[in-house]
Design a protein around this ligand. Structure first.
Ligand code: NOJ
Length: 521
């Protein structure tokens, strides 16, 4: 039997911004539950919810203070159980966000660890003496800027944090840490969740000697501070694959669960996170290439071919167009091309992950300085690292605050919400929401789209074309990545095909309008 997550489409929910049910301007679990029918109508199969655990919110939930609870801002464990049951009733799977690399500095483990050098939990985190001159143990830089080492006056040592100083890294070389975190997986699997997205999986193990990272000679002012060095020794250590495997063993014990690893690495290293047939790692190492790609047909065609070619035996592909950390697709490629991008995401071979709001073409929102919330922007202002612009509230309808909340939302809505919202687009056959719905419907209808092989078709200029095929089910996809008309020679085997979907409502796949795309079958 084919695993459910191979044919599923995953939808990422940023819980603060999806739907508020209690009028505090911040989204919550009851809000998500109230929107499940909308997601079902769209045709999604699974939701991944960014962290909802108790947290001081220094990094908006990626600083966890209790792995087995729910932050009161989002609701309670009972609310969570109700949401999970409601999702399952509708045939929607639910994935949580596991943040195993670091905890909050308010987590009881860290409070104990920092209390004394001889505390039994001291070694749960990465503590080191200063260099003789008092400076940090090495040159590692936090991803959010500045030294990755924070001085603790009371105990006279530094601790390591790959992100904020409020997010100390756990020491995964300590077996007690491993056991405690693996128990967290068991806790949520036993409660019935269908999988985890695993935060910064490639960061989890550091070189045992903590040597300096090599300098990046190409670094220039205006670039993020952490890119001044190559993270050679602070990330992607061979031992991390043992951890991925240990997590996989647990997931497999529960059956029909999926593990998705967040990993930003070049493809040859990324695919290592699938593990091997004997020692499998995560099911899906997130493939973020579409987010950073040069958006033109030829380089996309090459990128897809290279990725397909690099996958290990049994390694199932996956594709991501956007997430809560990166600029939105509508901003990257423009409103018209975003339709083609959606068609690409939902027709490539592999599990797609769709970021909330992308189905209505929400764009980045420019956030006035006094409203900035993201610590990444506050630490390194003005160099484009801030993530608030992509985390703004979902626009549901034309009522107050776009139906997101009766109160002022925690971040501003996009100024176009009165026209660009789910309700308006559901009623408009030409909208991106309706196109997305159609594409998801086709994926459910055609096994070739969800599970079939991928065969590139030679097409020149701005065209990207490929075949998807499973047994007798055969489809042709042709996309115009440019803004000029493009002629396309339809292959003989597809001459009798009809148009199943088009990105902009066209009828002539032999001559594609700008930003047009077709699925033929
Ligand atoms: C990756 C998450 O996606 C990001 O939002 C977060 O700030 C860092 N990991 C730290 O947990």
């Amino acid at each position: 039997m084919t695993e459910w997550w191979k044919s599923a489409v995953i939808y990422q929910i940023y819980p603060r911004s999806f739907q508020d049910s209690n009028g505090d301007g911040v989204g919550d679990l009851k809000g998500i539950q109230s929107r499940l029918d909308d997601l079902k109508a769209l045709g999604i199969d699974a939701i991944w919810i960014s962290p909802i655990f108790p947290s001081p919110m220094a990094d908006f939930g990626y600083d966890v203070a209790d792995y087995c609870g729910i932050d009161p801002r989002f609701g309670s464990l009972e609310d969570f159980d109700a949401l999970l049951a409601a999702a399952h009733e509708r045939g929607i799977k639910l994935l949580l966000d596991l943040v195993p690399n670091h905890t909050s500095d308010q987590h009881p483990w860290f409070l104990e660890s920092r209390s004394a050098r001889d505390d039994p939990r001291r070694d749960w985190y990465i503590w080191r003496d200063p260099k003789p001159d008092g400076s940090p143990p090495n040159n590692w830089i936090s991803d959010f800027g500045g030294s990755a080492w924070e001085w603790d006056e009371a105990t006279g040592q530094y601790y390591y944090h790959a992100f904020l100083k409020d997010q100390p890294d756990l020491n995964w070389r300590n077996p007690a840490v491993r056991k405690a975190m693996l128990d967290v997986l068991r806790f949520w699997f036993a409660r019935g969740i269908d999988g985890f997205r695993i935060d910064v999986l490639w960061h989890m193990v550091k070189h045992i000697d903590l040597p300096d990272n090599p300098a990046n000679d190409e670094w220039a002012p205006g670039q993020a501070d952490y890119t001044r060095v190559h993270q050679l020794h602070s990330t992607d250590q061979p031992e991390v694959h043992d951890i991925a495997h240990e997590m996989r063993v647990i997931a497999d014990e529960y059956g029909a669960r999926v593990l998705i690893g967040e990993i930003y690495l070049p493809v040859p290293k990324l695919v290592g996170y699938y593990g091997t047939v004997e020692r499998p790692g995560v099911h899906l190492p997130f493939n973020f290439q579409l987010i950073g790609a040069a958006w033109n047909a030829r380089s996309l065609a090459k990128m897809i071919a290279d990725y397909e070619g690099a996958l290990p035996v049994d390694g199932w592909p996956n594709w991501v167009l956007g997430n809560h950390d990166r600029p939105r697709i509508a901003t990257r490629v423009g409103a018209e091309q975003a339709r083609v991008a959606m068609m690409l995401l939902l027709t490539l071979r592999g599990t797609p992950t769709l970021y909330y709001g992308d189905e209505i073409g929400m764009a980045d929102v420019s956030i006035p300085a006094h409203q900035v919330q993201d610590p990444r922007e506050l630490n390194e202002p003005g160099i484009g690292m801030g993530r608030d612009p992509v985390r703004t509230p979902m626009a549901w309808d034309a009522s107050a605050n776009a139906g997101f909340s009766p109160a002022d939302p925690w971040l501003p809505l996009h100024p176009d919400w009165l026209e660009r919202n789910v309700e308006a687009q559901r009623g408009d056959p030409a909208s991106l929401w309706r196109l997305t719905q159609k594409l998801l419907f086709l994926r459910h209808e055609h096994p070739a789209l969800a599970l079939g092989d991928y065969h590139p078709i030679d097409a020149g200029g701005d065209l990207l074309a490929f075949e998807r095929r499973l047994d007798h089910d055969r489809l042709l996809v042709v996309l115009n990545l440019g803004d000029t008309p493009q002629g396309f020679a339809i292959p003989e085997w597809a001459e009798s095909f009809t148009v199943l979907a088009s990105a902009r409502g066209g009828h002539d796949p032999a001559l594609l309008s700008p930003n047009e795309g077709y699925i033929l079958g």
